[in-house]
Design a protein around this ligand. Sequence first.
Ligand SMILES: [Zn+2]
Length: 108
Amino acid sequence: MITIDCAGDGELALELQNYLKKHRYDAETDESSVMLNAMDTEKVLESFLKESNRTEYSIRKIDSTTLLLSKEVPIEDFGFLRCEMCGYVLSSEEELLVHRRAHGIQLL
Ligand SMILES: [Zn+2]
């Protein structure tokens, strides 16, 4: 039995349960978690995310019996910036400009 933790999102858990039932999986929901008895849980979850257009979600393995389904929040939403060269995260435009010089980029 695998527990799929929907990170407090009861709506997502319900939708996942309905999806699983539709595909004849043995699933139970407990608030924002879904308990699933399947061999290929990760594959099933990937299909669910794909079919429900939740491309911003990711599946994380917490331990051998728990998976976490969570939404990747873009760092830009928190006012952070990311270096497009290396992915380094900075908190201001100035820092980013200074950082970019490390890559040898000529500033206009
Ligand atoms: Zn960089």
